[in-house]
Write a protein that binds this ligand. Structure first.
Ligand code: ATP
Ligand code: MG
Length: 446
């Protein structure tokens, strides 16, 4: 894509109302724009990041056996009256009426709707186990929307729902999704803690939240210092376009690290000694719940099994996709801007032509652009003809993993400068060699 037509309105100044770094960088990089409190337009560059993250998360959901569908944003209030949550959910839920004065809600979550859906189709043996998911906009009328897309009112969520024959099968599905989450986040370049958590308005018996450590996080956490060790072993692998793929062993070790929100932590019963615990703040990026027959029973979803009629044991599994964009930036930036992991970068390469109009620069940049596109590598080509300094600053701000810099001295020799954004290392190489190195997808330039 050519920068001149891309509609990426970058800004030099830090917007005054943005206090967390991801919010500042998302505004400066022209990723999103506020429409009203907690409601945003996703501008093209931000939308590309959101879509990359969505695709990766969906790939891992399918790998874990979940099947995608799409439920609507508007839900009949009757569903929520059946479960009893119409009265208990509270003011976060947006309620509205159609022209016939029928009550609706703008879905803050989908337990009721998916239970009613299965009730319509499922009755006999072989109906369980089942894991379904969708990606849909949610609305929650948060009391204090803040930190940009981190806590907003309209946000994109991946939510999955599991249905099982008995508690054993349900807990196995919960475990499978637990491991899937650790694996998914690592591919995004995030190393979350899995935290025992209260179940809140979803309700239920068992629940874990996934938190990224960040000083600006809204939750207080207590966790075993062993966390640093388990991730130190895996996080220095070379980056690839797949992102970091954790081994089953590594997932198991991460899964075993003790962590809890500070209101769930009990020093008296905790098996980890006081001196081995750390305290920190975290951003919740995912949340999984096991709640047994709470919804299936209330809403009359019953199944005829070999041993008689039963109510399926259910779980639900959420990931805030729009919040993840901000979390990835919180964990991957420096003083010059964003540093996208290869696995979710909106473009793989930023191509800079520092002297537009110079014939050798235009030739080399043009042929690089063609070669990369042909190789299936996404490129943002800065053809705006702005000063070199402005191009450099903008490209660092946008944080694409690779930069290819075309300047008059090197272009004459058919060469380009290749820069790896994460550590700033550069090499001068022939343009075909540059494409080869980018295709190899590995980290450092050398
Ligand atoms: P929080 O505690 O942050 O308010 P929650 O526990 O109410 O979140 P869940 O019902 O667990 O949220 O939703 C699943 C995921 O959706 C969360 O882990 C989070 O990533 C995301 N999410 C929830 N609320 C918001 C919001 N207001 N803005 C952006 N993302 C959100
Ligand atoms: Mg939660």
């Amino acid at each position: 894509m050519r920068f001149s037509g891309a509609f990426i309105p970058t800004k030099r100044d830090v917007p005054r109302d943005a206090v967390v770094i991801s919010h500042q960088l998302m505004l400066r990089a022209g990723m999103m724009s506020q429409e009203s409190a907690g409601i945003y337009t996703w501008l093209p560059f931000g939308l590309r990041a959101l879509q990359r993250i969505e695709a990766l998360i969906c790939q891992e959901q399918e790998r874990a056996g979940a099947v995608r569908l799409l439920m609507p944003t508007l839900q009949s209030a009757e569903l929520w009256q059946e479960s009893g949550r119409f009265d208990t959910y509270g003011p976060e839920m947006l309620r509205l009426q159609d022209r016939h004065q029928r009550d609706f809600v703008y879905g803050p979550t989908n337990e009721e709707m998916i239970t009613a859906l299965l009730r319509r189709y499922v009755s006999g043996a072989g109906a369980m186990p089942r894991m379904l998911y969708h990606v849909q906009w949610k609305f929650r009328d948060e009391a204090r929307p803040r930190f940009g897309v981190m806590r907003c009112r309209e946000f994109l969520m991946k939510d999955a729902y599991s249905f099982a024959q008995d508690e054993d099968e349900a807990l196995q599905m919960y475990e499978a999704m637990f491991r899937c989450y650790i694996r998914s986040f690592a591919r995004l370049g995030l190393y979350p803690l899995a935290v025992r958590a209260p179940t809140g308005p979803i309700g239920g018996d068992l629940s874990h939240e996934f938190h990224i450590l960040a000083q600006t996080g809204e939750s207080g956490l207590v966790y075993d210092k062993a966390y640093d060790k388990v991730y130190a072993n895996v996080s220095d692998q070379r980056e690839s376009r797949q992102g970091l793929i954790l081994s089953d062993d590594a997932i198991e070790r991460i899964r075993g690290v003790y962590a809890a929100t500070d209101d769930m932590h009990d020093g008296g019963t905790c098996a980890v000694a006081e001196g081995d615990l750390n305290k920190a703040r975290g951003i919740e990026v995912g949340h999984i719940f096991f709640f047994g027959t709470k919804y299936s029973r209330a809403m009359g979803l019953s199944v005829q099994g070999a041993g008689g009629t039963f109510y399926p044991q259910m779980g639900s599994y959420g990931i805030g996709l729009s919040r993840l964009v901000a979390a990835v930036i919180e964990a991957n930036h420096d003083e010059n801007g964003i540093i996208w992991p290869l696995s979710v970068a909106p473009f793989q390469v930023g191509l800079l032509n520092v002297r537009l109009g110079d014939s050798s620069c235009d030739d080399v940049a043009g042929s690089m652009y063609g070669m990369l596109e042909k190789a299936g590598i996404s490129v943002l080509y800065d053809d705006r003809g702005l000063r070199a300094g402005v191009q450099f600053a903008d490209m660092d701000l946008l944080g694409l993993p690779w930069q290819v810099i075309v300047g008059p001295k090197t272009a004459e020799k058919g060469q380009v400068e290749l820069k790896w954004r994460r550590d700033g290392t550069r090499v001068t190489v022939g343009s075909e060699e540059a494409v080869k190195r980018i295709l190899a997808g590995a980290g450092a330039v050398g």
